[in-house]
Design a protein around this ligand. Sequence first.
Ligand code: PLP
Length: 236
Amino acid sequence: MELEERIAAVKEQIAAAARAAGRNPEEITLCAATKVQSEDTIRRAIAAGIGVCGENRVQELNAHLEEGAYQGAEVHFIGHLQRNKVKYVVGRVSLIQSVAGEELLALIEKQAAKLGIVQDILIEVNIGAEETKSGATPEQAHHLAELAGQMEHIRLRGLMAIPPAAAQEGENRRFFAEMRRLFVDMAGKKYDNESTMDILSMGMSRDFGDAIAEGATLVRIGTGLFGPRPANRAQG
Ligand SMILES: *Cc1c(COP(=O)(O)O)cnc(C)c1O
C-alpha cells in the first residue's frame, strides 16, 4: 500500500473503533509519529490529511522545522526531553506530551515565561510501572498537576501513556482503562481552573483500537502509517 492509502485506512480504522465504542470519530486526533521519516515523507503525509506530527528527537524536530516540513500541520513533542534541550522545544511545538518530572516542568515554565507564551503539556504516566521507562507514577502525576496548576506559563491538557509492549492482543486494555480512570480523577480535581484536561494520549499502531475503546482522544501511530522503521530505531 502507498502512504496515502495507509493513512486513509488507519483513519477508517480509528473511526470504526470509535463507532464500535459508541463514540464520535471526531473526538479522536491522529498524531503521526514521524521519527526517522524524511522531509518529503512528512510533507506527503500532511498533504494526504495528517494534521498532527509527533516527533521524539529534538534534533529531528529542529531539522524538520528548519526545512518547513510540517507546514500545514501541528507538531507535538512525544519523546524523552532532556533538560538542556528544553529551549529547543518550548514554543516550537503546540504540545509537549512527555512531561514526567518536577524539574522538567519548572524548566518548561521558565522558558515559556521567557518567551511570553503559554505552553500546552501532557503528563506522561508510566502506567505499567516499568523500571526502564520514564513517566510519572499516578501519585506523582497528581502532584505534577498540582504544581502545573500554579504555573502561569503552562497549561495542562491531559495525560499520555506508553504501556508495556504487549505480547498478546488485548493485553494492554487494562492499562488503558487505568489511564482513563486516572484522567477522569485528575480532571475532576481541577488543579488548575484555567486548564482544560481534554487530551488522553494513548494507543499506538498495534493497540489503538483498544485505547479508543477505553477513551483515548489522541492516538500516536508510526509504523501503521509509514511502515516498519530500521530495527535500531524501533523503540524511538
Ligand atoms: C514511535 C512512537 C509511537 C508510534 O509507535 P508505532 O508502534 O510505530 O505506532 C508512539 N508514541 C511514541 C512516544 C513513539 O516514540
